[in-house]
Design a protein around this ligand. Structure first.
Ligand code: KE4
Length: 429
């Protein structure tokens, strides 16, 4: 029995599914999850001492790679001054100033401890600001696990949603309308029918939780125009895309001006940190200034703030995103060429430092097309790469991430390993 297997057996005794977040359990791909013990740069080592080149990076935060010395030192120095105060600190002021400077649409910002808290708070704020209850989200998009967001599409077109999780009250889910991603026409119809009830639209500006789906320009534009016309709040959820797809995040890349934005992952550099922010007239509704309550014991935690400030300083260095994007494209182009060489139906795309790989002839444009991807082929590919020492997200419905620490040699080794796997695939076809 391997140490990973032993740890997984022990873990399942006292932790539901043996994990503290479901996707880690490998249920989508099968097998025993990796228990990691150490990370450095693009590499992680599991409990059996096996090294992997990591393309998950803790689901996006580790844009600098694992254990970046500047980030680690910042956290160590902060820790030596005290772990938490439950009182304001200068670091939080500095981070707020940096975030407002890096995100032109944000005039004010509130720090929290996770992406879920950021989106949950932003939705409550939009409802408090507008006095309305309804919200629009899109099928396949994930914005964390607050109740109003664990909702699946209603039975009829443009009918309000039903819970997608046990424990979510139906009379809460009924305020959520779930539309198709990239379907501008449906957005127009939804606002025509419900416009005066809609508090907000929340969107992943690049979808990364149903694999990677690029937005259609007309989709984002329709969203912005309709929210403006009907007085709804546009929440752009940048928890995954924030400072991942570019220095200006997705809103800078696609030129969309949110009313509120949510952040997480990269801004904490691997430490627990989220944020929501936007127009001053909206943010002033948040307690203690306004009537919308929101709070958190560890909000703005000094160690998370130190990691965030160190990370955001390093990603602002000239050429950072050009290099990161080039590496991510090198990976995708190499994988596509290798698959084509062996006649395997496969496609891939890169947006900044995130990528999608698909066992489908071309990248999907919405949830229904994602479902056409060959999940079994992905699972076989995942495990073959894992055995060879390359760690992809353990689900066909997740995006992948490259860090600044990945070198061309790491990327090329990954492509070479994939080539051998595609060769075996084609031999079986
Ligand atoms: P957290 O509460 O997990 O920090 O953030 C929730 C969230 C919000 N918005 C977007 C766009 C997100 O991608 C996420 C979380 N992403 C998942 C990755 N699929 C986190 C991984 C997990 O759930 O373990």
């Amino acid at each position: 029995m391997t140490r990973n297997e032993e740890l997984f057996i022990r873990a399942q005794r006292h932790i539901p599914g043996g994990v503290n977040s479901p996707v880690r359990a490998f249920r989508s791909v099968g097998g025993t999850p990796c228990f990691f013990e150490r990370g450095e740069g693009p590499y992680v080592w599991d409990a059996d001492g096996k090294r992997y080149i990591d393309y998950v990076g803790s689901w996006g935060p580790l844009i600098l790679g694992h254990a970046h010395p500047v980030v680690v030192r910042a956290v160590q120095e902060a820790a030596a001054r005290g772990l938490s105060f439950g009182a304001p600190t200068a670091g939080e002021v500095e981070l707020a100033e940096v975030l407002v400077d890096m995100v032109p649409s944000m005039e004010m910002v509130r720090l929290v401890s996770s992406g879920t808290e950021a989106t949950m708070s932003a939705i409550r704020l939009a409802r408090g600001f507008t006095g309305r209850d309804a919200l629009i989200k899109f099928e396949g998009c994930y914005h964390g696990h607050s109740d109003s967001l664990l909702v699946k599409a209603g039975s009829g077109m443009l009918t309000f949603g039903n819970p997608s999780s046990s424990g979510v009250p139906a009379d809460l889910a009924q305020h959520t309308l779930v539309l198709d991603y990239n379907n501008a026409q449906q957005l127009h119809e939804a606002f025509a029918k419900h416009g005066d009830k809609i508090a907000c639209v929340i969107v992943e500006p690049v979808a990364g939780n149903m694999n990677l789906i690029a937005p259609k320009p007309e989709f984002l534009k329709a969203m912005r125009d309709l929210c403006t016309k009907h007085g709804a709040v546009l929440i752009v959820d940048e928890v995954m895309t924030g400072f991942r797809v570019g220095l200006g995040s997705a809103q800078g890349l696609y030129g969309i001006a949110p009313d509120l934005s949510t952040f997480g992952k990269v801004i904490g550099g691997g430490m627990p940190l989220g944020a929501f922010g936007g127009r001053r007239e909206i943010m002033q509704k948040i307690a203690p200034l306004g009537p919308v309550y929101q709070a958190g014991t560890l909000s703005g935690n000094p160690l998370s703030v130190a990691a965030g400030l160190a990370t955001l300083a390093l990603i602002r260095q000239p050429g950072f995103y050009a290099a990161l994007t080039a590496k991510t494209r090198r990976l995708c182009d190499g994988l596509v060429a290798a698959a084509r060489q062996h006649g395997v139906k496969f496609s891939a795309q890169a947006i900044g430092g995130m990528f999608g790989i698909y066992f489908r002839a071309s990248p999907p444009g919405n949830y229904a097309e994602v479902m056409e991807c060959d999940k079994d082929a992905f699972n076989g590919f995942f495990h073959a790469l894992l055995d060879a020492g390359y760690y992809l997200a353990p689900s066909a419905f997740e995006a992948g991430f490259v860090s600044a620490a990945h070198g061309d040699a790491d990327i090329d080794a990954t492509v070479t390993a994939a080539q051998a796997i595609f060769k075996r695939f084609s031999a079986k076809q």
